[in-house]
Design a protein around this ligand. Structure first.
Ligand code: 8YV
Length: 325
């Protein structure tokens, strides 16, 4: 009999990919209820892998302590700010994420959200459904014509957004910790200076402590009363209270948000503002792309346990391990 490999799945994965996991491993699903939790507790010291599905449960030392023989944590998503990858590295646990396979989907959603926000498409849809068109035409909106977009974070998705924005005729600039060699857009080392210079701020930088509340009252003030904020990154990057205050005071014109500080809880104050567009974190959430992400989680685990190494390790846990000296 061949030895089975026990792994934990922390949250749902698309069905098709979850099946792939079950074919290859013995999978424990503590999120499904008390029975699975109890079973898992009994085998905790046999667990060798974790597949982190649709859950942003914090995975840190307290979590790793439960599984003394954990070798790999394969997460479904490009952002892994809910995982303490440095703590994993110290324990020799490899962390993988799912870059590339979602880049185009998230970039598409970003442009959709931008258009929806500036041209008020959801509001126009609601207007028609409410029979208001019969009374009078929908009011004219703002436009993307002649506008410049400042991208906060010019990584893989930031670049894919920039390409699309070029096709839309937008002017471009970017801010990141350091300039990106070869990037064809003006670089702003100061976020406030960029916010002052552009009409739209597109936030697509990783979450976590380093970027917490990067978009604060000062940045919003610099963006100005005609400015538009789009956040498709992480809720933590934007100071939500400052944003609500800026929107209410007309310090910026509008916002399109796919992510929130305490999702799925969205402040009522935001929901009550009619000229913002709010999405329930759907940036990568198409059947096609979520399957591709889930498959990459399964492939990372399969490759690891067949001794070939992970496909997409995160920077904190490089593979092969760098040799000392
Ligand atoms: C996640 C995301 O996959 O990839 C990311 O970083 O934000 C999403 O697409 C989603 O939150 C499911 O965990």
């Amino acid at each position: 009999m061949t030895e089975t490999i026990d792994i934990v799945l922390t949250g749902p994965l698309p069905n098709q990919t979850a099946d792939g996991l079950d074919k290859a491993f013995t999978v424990f699903r503590p999120f499904t209820g008390a029975e699975q939790k109890a079973k898992l507790e009994k085998v905790a010291d046999k667990i060798r892998g974790v597949a982190a599905g649709e859950s942003h449960e914090r995975l840190d030392d307290a979590f790793f302590d439960r599984y003394p023989h954990l070798e790999i944590l394969a997460s479904c998503g490009v952002g892994y700010d809910h995982i303490d990858a440095n703590a994993a590295a110290k324990r020799g646990i490899v962390v993988t994420n799912t870059p590339d396979v979602l880049t185009d989907e998230v970039a598409d959603t970003a442009l959709g959200l931008l258009l929806a926000t500036v041209r008020q498409l959801p509001q126009a849809d609601a207007y028609l459904r409410a029979g208001q068109w019969l009374r009078k035409p929908f009011p004219f909106t703002d436009t993307l014509r002649g506008k410049t977009m400042g991208i906060v974070g010019l990584g893989r998705i930031g670049n894919a957004i920039a390409k699309r924005a070029e096709a839309f005729g937008l002017g471009l600039a970017y801010h990141s910790r350091s300039p990106k060699p070869g990037a064809p857009y003006p670089y702003y080392p100061s976020l406030v200076a960029m916010a002052e210079a552009v009409d739209i701020l597109m936030v697509i930088t990783p979450g976590g402590a380093a970027t917490k509340h990067l978009i604060n009252a000062k940045v919003l003030e610099a963006l100005g009363p005609k400015g538009v904020l789009i956040n498709i990154a992480r809720g933590s990057v934007v100071d939500e209270k400052a944003l609500i205050a800026a929107l209410k005071a007309g310090k910026i014109a509008s916002a399109g948000l796919d992510v929130f500080e305490h999702e799925p809880n969205v402040p009522k104050e935001l929901i009550d503002i009619p000229h913002v567009v709010l999405l329930p974190h759907v940036g990568s959430a198409s059947v096609h792309t979520r399957n591709a992400m889930g498959n990459l989680v399964v492939e990372n685990l399969k490759r690891w346990f067949s001794g070939k190494g992970p496909i997409t390790p995160v920077v904190e846990t490089p593979w092969p391990k760098p040799t000392k000296g």
